[in-house]
Design a binder for this molecule. Sequence first.
Ligand code: SF4
Length: 376
Amino acid sequence: MFQHFEMGPIRPPSEAGSLLIRVTRNCPWNRCTFCPVYKGEDFSLRDTDDIIADIDTMAGIAEDLRQLSRDQGSGGQMTPAVVRQLLFREGQGLQVATFLAHGGQGAFLQDADSLVVKPPQLERILRHLKLRFPSLERITTYARSRTLLSRSVEQLESLREAGLTRVHVGLESGNDDVLTFMKKGVTGAQQVEGCTRVMQAKLELSCYVMPGLGGQRWTQAHAKDTARVLSAIAPDFIRLRTLAILPGSPLDAAQQSGEFEALSDLEIVEEIRRFIEALEEIPTYLASDHVLNLLGDLEGQLPKEKQALLGMVDTFLGLDDETRELFIIGRRVGLVHRPIDLFDEGIRERLVHAREQARKMPGGVKGALGVRYDLL
Ligand code: SF4
């Protein structure tokens, strides 16, 4: 049995192979209307000594795993055979094994806003993490841009020197009406200021944008102002994460009352096109690495691949209604990634079958996508 360490509920998709180090619990803000992740949970800072003890526990588990691998003749590597063995053991060996199987190079500090931890304590955690896991090349965290405003460039530089490499910011929108309605607790101008400090401290910056967040009312302004704000920041990465309205969330209530009117899938893609079009010539990588995004292949380096990115959007927009519906179903059930995948006859047949089943259900195709996996 492996020893226990504390682990938070989420990490960015790009940190799937990272070691997860929980430095705080939940979200210190916790008011964003669209966000269900920590609702009903109280925020707390964790004791630094407890976090150090967790890191030591993980380092011990990593050593046990390497020994297990050597005992099996796998030379310390995390082979599928070693990982299979862990499925039947208690504890959190699998999380550490996943990290090792990805090369042992990345760690992510949880939960929603680790930079609220006082800089000297965070530096101690980072230094200890680097000491126990010398193979680490990347240590990243989420931070609110409002919290970044309470940290000087010098403090952020000290965190970089201690080992922090990248900050993920849930920017979501650059439009003040959208930010106010969604209770994000920050303005577009503050987002520029907070995020710029990260860039000045020579940390990598990854900004999340939420297509669809402006709804029908602000879709034009959301695209335009988000592009304007990100053009001013010029982050290393822009990551798209399409709005999903979860049942029971405050945004769901706003939708029920008519206060918020969501965009259709097609309108969201049109909004993304306007957003990309409006971005200035910034040296930023645009990524679409979230399962909620309809266009999974919408990735490329700006500004040189801007036209290619717009071309990918136009390929989707140019599909006929029937093919577009099949693509949306296929994407939602995880069968297709790009429109070109629909040329596979086997896939297309399965999707046509799924659509016929969905049409017979209450709510038709749209309603059925809520129980999507039953269709195939
Ligand atoms: S700051 Fe982030 S984690 Fe906290 S409520 Fe807003 S979106 Fe959710």
